[in-house]
Design a protein around this ligand. Sequence first.
Ligand code: BJW
Length: 241
Amino acid sequence: MDDRSGRSIVILTGAGISKESGLSTFRDADGLWATVRIEDVATPQAFRSNPVRVHDFYNARRRQMADPAVQPNAAHVALARLEAEWPGELLLVTQNIDDLHERAGSHAVLHMHGELLKLRCGHCQVVLEWRGDASVGTPCPSCGHVAGLRPHVVWFGEMPLGMEAIYAALDACDLFISIGTSGAVYPAAGFVEEVRRHGHAHSVELNLEPSLGVSAFDEAIHGPATDIVPAFVERVLTRGW
Ligand code: BJW
């Protein structure tokens, strides 16, 4: 039996991995937070006080993701290859709400900050696939309530999804890879510390530039994701870490 089959990998991705696919990051100079205020679009309070504005923000991003020019890039494809060829466990935790990992062929994907192509009803909590625009007047197809549908995303002050499964995987994994994330937003920014305190994994940062948390990683490789992720995946599959 392949002795790698007992070794598990957890990957964390952030907006940087989708940048070369044409989607904006948040905190870079040309990122989303340079054009809109977090307080206006990414908190439950913002949705309560101005749901039209919040729906507009996510409608625009949904339309952008449907642009045929937005496709998975070499980094997404490399991670799908790693999942397909790695004989042990692999969990891909993404902070991204886009579907580029799935479109590249990844299956073991956990969207801890939700998904752009879904809405949730605040009345009956049903989660729905949604590709078009959403508006305040759209009735919930499940319970019929109007004004209850909201983007199925995790805003500041809300609990990210799947945390129990994520911490269990972090504590048990042998390799932790963080890709394209600034390390500014918790709890994802604390995963490398979780691995150091409770786990035993070798930790690697792959990012355009050193993240805020770079000093906590065992190893860091800096450059565009489409260059460094395929190279790192090749290394893991041929030589390990
Ligand atoms: C490239 C590249 C290329 C570019 N190749 N790389 C004080 C201390 C600690 C914590 C807190 C605190 N005060 C409040 C908190 C908690 C808060 C938080 O972290 N705040 C910080 C600002 C301090 N966190 C929360 O509220 C979270 N919930 C929580 O903690 O729950 C517990 C709890 C709940 C309730 C009560 C009490 C406790 C929820 C966080 C939700 C985040 N939501 C968002 C928006 C929603 C989704 C969406 O609209 O898309 O998620 S914010 C935004 O940031 C989005 C992202 O997923 C997230 C992370 O951003 P990411 O991915 O790192 O992007 P960037 O832009 O920051 O970085 C991109 C990186 O890529 C850069 O480094 C580039 O260099 C790099 N890059 N091009 C490789 N080509």
